[in-house]
Design a binder for this molecule. Sequence first.
Ligand SMILES: [Zn+2]
Ligand SMILES: [Zn+2]
Length: 302
Amino acid sequence: MPSKQRNTSALALKLLEERGTFWLFDCGEATQHRMLHTTLKPKKLEKIFITHLHGDHIFGLPGLLGSRGFLGGTERLDLYGPVGLAEWIEVTLRISRTHLNYELAVHEVEEGTVFEDETFRVEVQPLDHVIPSFGYRIEQKPLPGKLLIDRATEAGVPKGPLLRELKEGRDVVLEDGSIIRSGDVTGPPQPGFTVAILGDTRFTANSIELARGADIVVHEATYDGATAHLAAPYGHSTILDAAQVAREAGAGALIANHISARFLPEDARKLAGEAADLFPVVEIAEDLAEFEWKDGQLRRLP
Ligand SMILES: [Zn+2]
Ligand SMILES: [Zn+2]
């Protein structure tokens, strides 16, 4: 249920530097309206991952899909989610005569790797909710090492585009025919980031697997310690469950979302405090909150 303070679920993973795009995880009602309060542009939306088919996670999809075309989105869009998503989208778009002017590829997921290219891999595992619900693990592959400019110059590489090629991991041929290997003039590869974004769930071992060693885990925390008796019957977690997952997974930071409407914004600090004994780095995701992961630190942006 939305409240004045809290809209239904949606989360954007900004990959503007990495891919020039962003990915969306869930798309509750009015997600596109909330996006108007951000810098996110629907035409840059590359992928949408749906954790499960409850209305508070998908009722914003048809509207956003329709608007994206009007807002200059012509690139293909990939939509991932549980079985039933393709049928729902097909019927909704057909009955409402919504014609998309871009390619929409719907992928129904079960378990395993759902996407992989040169720079990212996305893995999905089932969680434990009242209907099928999934968690996604997003891994950025190692980045090329830093260019060792002195070594490149010594090897005879002129200033200019060849340096860039080497920096991005490609070998080059100089004018005199000699081959310079990228690995010889760059430092060791830098690790990429890993983030686990989990759908509605009770405490479950698969959450820990998905979040294993992740820099950030995004876990629901519908309840607190005092309302913990409601968590299991409704298929949800408490802030303590979320902290336990982050702890057992050895994650770097926890962002707790899907907070029940019973908690007011001023309760956020208390919720984070409850988790602190189990796990030190906890942020509560209020609506429109934005976080940055840089140099191994999670930072809340102003
Ligand atoms: Zn749900
Ligand atoms: Zn939900």
